[in-house]
Design a protein. Structure first.
Length: 628
RNA sequence: GCCAGUUUAGCUCAGUGGUAGAGCAACGGUUUUGUAAACCGUCGGUCGUCGGUUCAAAUCCGACAACUGGCUCCA
């Protein structure tokens, strides 16, 4: 996109590391040309963790080609060529593109540098056009680069992907070769160690190992996770936390159906703009006739008739809550009205976008809608933010950014509802709350929702993976579309503001995040297996004592079980440790005699024998306090 | 959706045209145990699905499906 093009000023701000990576991209192109002189190059920028270069080439580059390419790259680095900058005229650049010289090692008659030609067209008149040359390789490039190829530290090619020229699917598809580079070998090694740790913590891997959830593409469908009992335990703990927190904050809970008539989403404005992201409608006749399955094989339930009605699975809860607001006349005395629900929504994400629990088609949202008068807005919004911070503290989320997305004047009436005064008012209020609360935020113009400004919460797990977890939006448009009003003090009907908020996001994404955040080692209150009692041997007296402990814990709603079999104690401990059971109580004859338990905590090892009563008391307290 | 890769037992994987394998898990038995795996045995697979080539296909070819990595950060 033209408007996203980096300005020359921005380019001069490239960090040293970005210069190294961008330079390494040129070296990559040089190496590919040594092996395949006909290759045509498009773009080769530095990116977050490295760099890439897009290349058009008949030969399909595979990881098996990497050693040969890397060897050529090393030779180019060893040659220590200078990155020479030259300003040229547009005419000269066009001529060099047509001869195939640009993005090549020499002129290539009959093989013009077509992508470079396209790139040239994107450079505005009046902006200088520059070449960078290392050895024989000349590239159209604004720079900046390191001084010499020898200044590139340690690098490695990582993977191949495909990408459309200029990101547009109507353009030719190119091979994108990714690599990464660092100043030193050690930094490169650390980077790969971090990636390895990320793979180890992958929520899909740990989720399967611990039996938290499963995805069954054949029967249930892709993107529709099934929560297994152990994942269900985490889910219930989160809901309990949300219910307690919201109750204390004056929310009321509601429950709404999973589907609604077409009219609902026409009124909300989500149809037709959001239709692509919704599951296709179910069509059926009014009047209570039984459903006729016209095409059972295709799985659709259809009844065509003159008065047929379409039902849609809900992609969001807000319209349902709006109808609850509308269900009875509202007075200013009813406000703020805070409707909360763990609502299940369905979104038809494209097949290629599905990703474990992070991107799914059925999602349980920690949703709530707060209806308030404008003068109540700041206090309500502030309270929502405080709730976010409270949650971050419980989960030990230290690194986060709130992305405050605002409107842009040129989008009013098109991308955004045409209410300039309300936009200014709500944006000022939100900004004021963020500043007063000293919250870490960045303001992003021209990214608001069509009905109001929004805040997306981005968090980083301990391994540095970024997640957009939660969202918090102001809505001053949709309540109007639904005709929602309250009777104010002055006996005038007014439209309330609505705050959409979901501090815990969805169960799917939040639990996915927590799995990676904790590497599956959940704190006691969240752990699917909180306590396991292990007997040394299966002597009946021991087993009876151990069973009593399990029963006592379960009576206090602790997820406790026992391993009373004939396996050796080492085997029982190994199994419990691999299952990441939080607390293990080992019971042998010595413990039975002393009315004690031997305490072992996952990750902490054997903590020795302690009085039974004290251990149970402390477990209950730790769970109640949601101790980290 | 598009491009590429992958798909063999519940899990992790071996098997490149000639009788489908291992470890773990599960199940049965033996073992009576003090802090990360006791021992023996048994069960378990239309090699993702469908079609083609071949005397013969997990293996070669094609289609489809699912999964994984990308497709935004642009000379």
């Amino acid at each position: 996109m033209q408007e996203d093009r980096k300005s020359l000023d921005d380019r001069q701000k490239l960090t040293d590391l970005e210069r190294i990576r961008h330079s390494c991209a040129h070296v990559l192109a040089t190496a590919i040309l040594r092996l395949w002189p006909e290759a045509q190059f498009a773009a080769g920028p530095p990116v977050e963790n490295g760099f890439y270069y897009d290349v058009e080439l008949r030969h399909r580059i595979a990881p098996e080609d990497f050693p040969a390419i890397e060897a050529e790259m090393k030779a180019e680095i060893k040659a220590n060529h200078v990155f020479e900058k030259r300003i040229v005229t547009r005419a000269q650049a066009i001529k060099d593109s047509e001869s195939g010289r640009l993005g090549g090692l020499s002129e290539r008659p009959g093989n013009p540098s077509k992508f470079k030609l396209g790139n040239l067209e994107a450079i505005p008149e009046g902006e200088p056009i520059s070449y960078y040359q290392n050895g024989d390789f000349i590239d159209l490039c604004a720079g900046p680069h390191v001084l010499r190829t020898g200044n590139i530290g340690a690098f490695k090619l990582t993977h191949v992907a495909s990408a459309y020229y200029k990101g547009d699917e109507r353009n030719p598809q190119l091979q994108r070769i990714y690599g990464t580079a660092f100043k030193t070998r050690k930094e490169l090694d650390d980077h790969f160690a971090m990636l390895e740790e990320a793979r180890r913590r992958d929520h899909r891997k740990i989720g399967a190992e611990l039996g938290l959830f499963t995805i069954d593409p054949d029967y249930t469908g892709p993107g529709l996770p099934l929560w297994l009992p152990k994942g269900g335990a985490i889910l219930e703990e989160l809901e309990k936390l949300a219910k307690e927190t919201e109750f204390a904050a004056g929310y009321v809970r509601v429950k709404t159906p999973h589907l609604a008539k077409e009219k609902m989403y026409q009124t909300s404005g989500h149809l037709p703009y959001y239709a692509e992201s919704m599951f296709p409608p179910m069509e059926l006749a009014e009047g209570g006739e039984s459903l006729k399955r016209e095409s059972a094989q295709a799985g659709s339930i259809t009844q065509r008739g003159n008065d047929s009605t379409k039902y849609y699975l809900k992609a969001m809860n807000c319209p349902h809550h709006h109808r609850i607001f509308a269900a009875e006349p509202r007075s200013y005395r009813d406000l703020p009205l805070r409707l909360a629900e763990y609502g299940t929504c369905y979104r038809y994400e494209q097949s290629g976008e599905l990703f474990g629990l992070m991107r799914v088609r059925s999602l349980n949202m920690n949703d709530a809608h707060l209806y308030c008068a404008p003068e109540q807005f700041a206090a309500e919004f502030n309270a929502v933010n405080e709730m976010y911070l409270k949650y971050f503290k419980i989960f030990g989320i230290e690194k986060y950014v709130m992305r405050f997305s605002t409107s842009a004047p040129e989008g009013l009436g098109r991308k955004y509802v045409n209410e300039p005064a309300l936009w200014k008012q709500t944006e000022d209020m939100v900004r004021g709350v963020l500043v007063d609360a000293k919250i870490n935020f960045v303001e992003v113009p021209n990214e608001a929702a069509f009905y109001g400004p929004k805040i997306d919460v981005q968090v980083w797990s301990v391994i540095g993976r970024e997640f957009t977890l939660a969202t918090n939006q102001v809505d001053f448009a949709v309540p109007k579309r639904f005709g929602l009003v309250y009777k104010d003090r002055d006996n005038v009907e007014k439209t309330p503001l609505c705050i959409h908020r979901a501090p815990l996001g969805t169960h799917e994404r939040f639990i996915g995040f927590l799995i990676e955040h904790y590497a599956g080692n959940f704190p006691l209150w969240l752990a699917p297996d909180q306590v396991r009692v292990l007997t040394i041997g299966d002597d009946p007296a021991l087993v009876s004592y151990a069973k009593g402990i399990v029963q006592e814990l379960r009576a206090s709603l602790v997820r406790a079980d026992g391993d009373f079999g004939t396996d050796k104690i080492n085997g029982k401990i190994q199994r419990a440790e691999l299952a990441k059971v939080h607390t293990m109580l080992v019971i042998g004859p010595r413990d039975l005699a002393a009315n004690a338990v031997s305490l072992r905590v996952h990750g902490q090892g054997n903590l020795g024998a302690k009085p039974k009563g004290a251990v149970i008391e402390d477990l209950l307290a730790a769970i109640k306090e949601r101790r980290a």
